[in-house]
Design a protein around this ligand. Structure first.
Ligand code: ATP
Length: 199
């Protein structure tokens, strides 16, 4: 699996629609300070479901929408799509190519798309569990992140190893099952109460 392309339109400094095509191997993005290099990494984080505005170096979610310049009006929405080559089927989906897209409007309305079909953030998260690609994954190492990992709490570091070991999806499923079990336990208690009232 590898990143084939990133399409951005109206996201941060990218007012025009622009497509970055990548090939298997190493690609470097170079440019003067403030030209938008980090915005490319932010776009990938954002499309993968990043909800924490701080991680996107913004102060609100609407901040990711192109806010205009002296010569250009602000835009009404931000759109990012990434396409991954999935010919090795590392992603558990029957497609050779997977495109994840996210759009947000100034009104706050937003949507995720998986190969052109509307989906939930949960679907995007689950698709990338244990691949290292999700928003919590280690495939995007931001500035200062190595230092944060090294000086972080052991539990935080453990999350990184869990992801690399491929056990995150089982942990999440276990947590969901435990939640269900707890709610069933509560239901049982309630039923017992009703029964004892009826007796
Ligand atoms: P450096 O090399 O200094 O780290 P960089 O090339 O990584 O810089 P970025 O931080 O990606 O640059 O881009 C910063 C630019 O993006 C700034 O000029 C900022 O004004 C612009 N920018 C950020 N958000 C928006 C937005 N919502 N609308 C318009 N421009 C934006």
């Amino acid at each position: 699996m590898y990143l084939k392309s990133i399409e951005v339109h109206g996201f941060k400094s990218f007012a025009n629609k622009i497509v970055f095509d990548f090939h298997n191997g190493i690609t470097g993005i170079v440019g003067p300070n403030g030209s938008g290099k980090s915005n490319v990494a932010d776009a990938v984080r954002w499309v993968l479901g990043e909800q924490r505005v701080k991680q996107l170096r913004s102060s609100s979610m609407q901040d990711v929408i192109f806010s205009g310049t002296e010569n250009r009006k602000p835009l009404g929405y931000a759109y990012v799509a990434i396409t991954l080559d999935n010919s090795d089927h590392q992603l558990p989906i029957d497609y050779e190519e997977v495109t994840i897209a996210r759009r947000v409007y100034r009104s706050g309305e937003s949507e995720y798309l998986l190969n052109g079909t509307s989906c939930r953030l949960k679907d995007v998260n689950e698709l990338f569990y244990d691949t290292g690609i999700g928003k919590e994954g280690y495939s995007i190492i931001g500035q200062g992140q190595i230092e944060r990992i090294l000086s972080g709490k052991p539990e935080e570091r453990r999350e990184l190893f869990d992801e690399a070991a491929g056990i995150v999806k089982y942990k999440r499923r276990k947590a969901t099952a435990q939640k269900k079990l707890e709610s069933e336990r509560q239901n049982l208690v309630r039923i017992k109460d009703i029964l004892s009232e009826l007796e």
